[in-house]
Design a protein around this ligand. Structure first.
Ligand code: KG4
Ligand code: ZN
Length: 347
């Protein structure tokens, strides 16, 4: 299939990434990560990440074009993540993309990174069915969105009232002594443990709160319950069964996410659920979603891991959708927005 050729540029957090997509073909995809530089601080340090973007920007973008056997003159448009994300990081990618667009006289689209996580699934699974719900689970976001038209309109169906799922995993991981980011360590240990060993609450599922917030999430209570349990064991000098703690945490979080997302699909008549964001790499969540989805006749589309974590293809793909839909490019002075609302698709 042919279609517009778009260069996508990503710099919201600790990945500098660029990719070229022609229509639905991923022609190149380059990612440089500064994750290792943050590990010893236990979290992403914005100043270090911004500096890493400044260093990686030209090499990454040049490699994406070279791998595609193209020059900037060959692309129809440039797309860049304008938010949400770390302001200093966004500023590097957006400034670089603007300079490139001005020099090459190309249209530029400042896009919403989170909507990019939804858009990228088209590379693997094809275009969106008419009624699609999207579960976005990243370090910073846990949201359920109704995708009416990925280029023009999405609605927020539910969101976390406190911590994101990834954040909750990272905080428990820190308590257990795993390095940042802790999510993948919990995933690995959870595979070895008993998911019912520790009683962990399922936030916003019971009683009045569950009734009032059918599609919202809350993970801070889960985190606190696990922390209290671990501290209680340590206080009396008992060993902490790390695998069991991880398995119980993963069981609670994945069950709540999968149940609420599929319930949302049934209520809104959506027979497809798209899943995106770094936390969708979690194996317990992937299994649970497929299980609950198949029981309820909902097709669950979870991309391969390389497309779940931050990348340039997600930005390029949404750029292709915007060009195809005839959406006006962004103004040359478009701002970054570190708290960009999920309903803003492009600026
Ligand atoms: O989307 P993402 O790459 O960055 C943000 O935009 O936030 O998501 C990163 C989050 C981190 O919290 C990390 O711990 C989590 O995704 N994560 C995982 C796994 N892989 C990444 N959490 C649980 N299990 C995993 N396998
Ligand atoms: Zn992301």
């Amino acid at each position: 299939m042919t279609g517009p050729t778009v260069l996508g540029i990503e710099s919201t957090c600790d990945e500098t990434a660029a990719a070229v997509i022609s229509g639905r073909d991923l022609v190149s995809n380059v990612v440089a990560s500064s994750m290792d530089e943050h590990a010893r601080y236990g979290g992403v340090i914005p100043e270090i990440a911004s500096r890493a973007h400044a260093e990686a920007f030209i090499p990454v973008v040049s490699k994406a074009l070279a791998d595609a056997h193209m020059t900037i003159g060959d692309v129809d448009a440039i797309a860049v993540s304008a938010g949400p994300g770390l302001a200093g990081c966004l500023a590097v990618g957006v400034s670089g993309a603007k300079a490139l667009a001005a020099a090459a006289r190309k249209p530029i689209y400042g896009i919403n990174h989170v909507i990019g996580h939804i858009a990228v699934t088209q590379l693997q699974f094809g275009d969106f069915p008419e009624d699609t719900l999207a579960l976005i689970v990243s370090g910073g976001h846990t949201s359920l969105l109704h995708v009416t038209d990925v280029a023009r309109h999405v609605d927020v169906v539910g969101t976390t009232l406190d911590d994101a799922a990834g954040e909750c995993f990272d905080k428990v991981a820190r308590l257990l002594g795993f390095p940042y980011p802790g999510g993948p360590h919990i995933d690995r240990h959870a595979r070895l443990g008993d998911p019912h060993a520790v009683k962990v609450p399922q936030g916003l599922t019971q009683g009045r709160a569950g009734h009032d917030h059918p599609y919202d999430f809350s993970f801070s209570g889960v985190k606190t319950a696990v922390a209290r349990w671990v501290e209680g064991r340590r206080a009396v000098g008992e060993d902490v069964p790390v695998d069991d703690v991880c398995a119980s945490l993963a069981e609670s979080v994945s069950t709540v996410l999968a149940t609420k997302a599929i319930r949302g699909c049934l209520a809104l008549g959506a027979d497809t659920l798209i899943v995106g964001g770094g936390f969708s790499a979690n194996s317990q969540l992937r299994e649970k979603l497929v299980e609950v989805g198949s029981h309820n006749g909902v097709e669950v589309r979870i991309p391969r891991i390389a497309l779940c974590t931050d990348n340039g293809a997600m930005v390029a793909m949404l750029g292709v959708n915007l060009v195809e839909a005839g959406i006006r490019p962004s103004a040359p002075d478009f701002p970054i927005d570190s708290a960009m609302p999920l309903t803003t698709i492009s600026v």
